[in-house]
Design a binder for this molecule. Sequence first.
Ligand SMILES: [Zn+2]
Length: 327
Amino acid sequence: MAELRKDPILGDCVIVAPERAARPFDYGQHGAAASAICPFCKGNETATPEAVLTIPNDDSTDEWAVRVIPNRYPAVASSAPELSTADHFKRTPAVGYHDVIIESPLHEHATQSLPTAQIARVMRAWRERLAVVSSDDSIAHTMIFKNEGIAAGASLEHVHSQLLATSFTPPEIEAKLAAGKKHFDQTEKNAWSEMLARELADGSRIVAVTDQYILHCPFASRFPGQMCLYPTAPLPGFEATSDGDLTLLAKLLKTALKSLNDVFPNAPFNLGLHTAPPRDSRRSSYRWHLMITPRLTGIAGFEIGSGSWINVVPPEDAAARFRDTIR
Ligand SMILES: [Zn+2]
């Protein structure tokens, strides 16, 4: 059973989930016979837990286009017995939700090769599951993420993303919420609105802009080629995105991932959807965003030891290369 351990000095939570060590690995092992063996392929639904949500194709109601299932090797569990909460070494059950979003009935490997309408259906599944798990009072934080490629942490090659909802807010999100609130208290302005206005005026790190969304390489990118996608409107939660905007967002995400693949062919990457925690009082000064982090370089001793980052590619150079592939 997964448990939460609080660092006795820092207070940060670590999820200890030994069951996840048993999860299968199939990258590059299926070849042409993939659809016969892969548990995520259409026809093999009995090899996975029952779906908690399916999104159908537009033209047929009985065939699923996106299928959401509980993770068979979860990092958190929906219920758990009490553990020792005694004194210094505090252990509590890691409760929450851990979904797998199967992004295609076909054995595709890459989100960027899915049609825009299919990426929009995936995002509909994200939105609907985020709304469901956020209504559970025990949930403090929700995140959608994706590991594409072995170096990004993927264990199954069939294109998929995951939802992890936890009873605690992770330190990175906590720091962003606190910074947004502090900025608003001091200036009565939204930190992200100000930052994006300056990015647009400068232009050197902008990759693409539409009426609804901005894609840029962050000024202090931690990884080479890191991109971030924001709504132009000051929206704290992704869950409020309309169907029409999901289609526009899907189009821009596909553009971003195709551009990433053009500049860094077959680059493994992580995608993280950071949406405001459902019950946090600082929500209104937050802005949801999609972070795309290519994994071209490893995380080494300095990063592991310090939590600080060394990036060998200036974000302005990365943005210029991405822009060139989109033109
Ligand atoms: Zn498959």
